[in-house]
Structure formats: C-alpha cells, structure tokens
Design a protein around this ligand. Structure first.
Ligand SMILES: [Zn+2]
Length: 139
C-alpha cells in the first residue's frame, strides 16, 4: 500500500491473494457471523471465535439517500444495510443510480478510494454496486 493511502476501517478489510476482502467474526460457540470483527460475540457474548472472510455479494435490506454534503462525501449519498448470505448485516455506501435502488436489490462489494484528504491521502474503503448480470449464486 503506498504511503499516502490509509484504510477507512482497518479491521474491515484484509488483503488476500492481492485482493481486498471484507472480514467478519465467526463465533465458535453459537456459529453466528457478525460484522465488524469483535472481541465478544454480539449474539451470545462468547469470546471464542475467529476472523472470517465475508461474502462479496448480498441484498439490500434498506437504504437512505442524503442529498446534502456530509464530510468528504458528495451528494447524493446512498447508504444502506446489506444482508449477506451468512446472516450478517453490513452497513455501507451503495454506488448506484437512484432509480435502480430497491430493497432486495442484489449488490456486490467493491473496494477503492472512497475519498481523498486535503493533504492528498487516499482513504480506501468498501462500497456496494448493483450486480449487473447476477451475483453468481444468489437468488
Ligand atoms: Zn456467539
């Protein structure tokens, strides 16, 4: 990673096989997966578990559109909750045309520069885009 790049949420992403993947927590006690990575399972409070790579695709549970600037983001800002196949709900930005948005929309996680600081530092993060030709296995 170049010096002038940072990760928005350092526990959220890891590089595997030269690609960024999103990480969650898989509980050994109850078997549930949560996001972000936690020390104690939010479902059963067990501390026994490990980091787990999350699915790259999911469906929009709910979303909202902000039409005024917020921090470094330019409007319209679309953010929402994405349900992943492992039962985890992830919050993130959705990069899509507003007219394409709907609950249940199939989306795919992408990573990239989500904003640039005034000193030129690029902030890397994740966001979701609609699956144009299906998400490969998600119905
Ligand atoms: Zn648990």
């Amino acid at each position: 990673m170049p010096k002038n790049q940072i990760i928005f949420h350092s526990d959220a992403l890891e590089k595997k096989n030269d690609k960024w993947v999103q990480m969650g927590f898989k509980c050994d006690a109850c078997g549930k997966t949560s996001y972000p990575v936690v020390e104690l399972c939010p479902f059963c409070s067990s501390g026994k578990g490990k980091k787990k790579q999350l699915s790259k695709t999911g469906t929009v549970f709910s979303y909202t559109i902000t039409r005024v600037p917020v921090g470094p983001y330019k409007p319209p800002i679309i953010a929402g909750y994405i349900d992943l196949p492992e039962g985890t709900r992830v919050f993130g930005q959705i990069h899509a045309d507003i007219e394409d948005l709907k609950n249940g929309l199939q989306v795919e996680m992408k990573t990239g520069v989500i904003w640039t600081e005034k000193d030129g530092t690029e902030v890397l993060g994740y966001y979701y885009v609609p699956c144009k030709n299906g998400c490969g296995g998600i119905k």
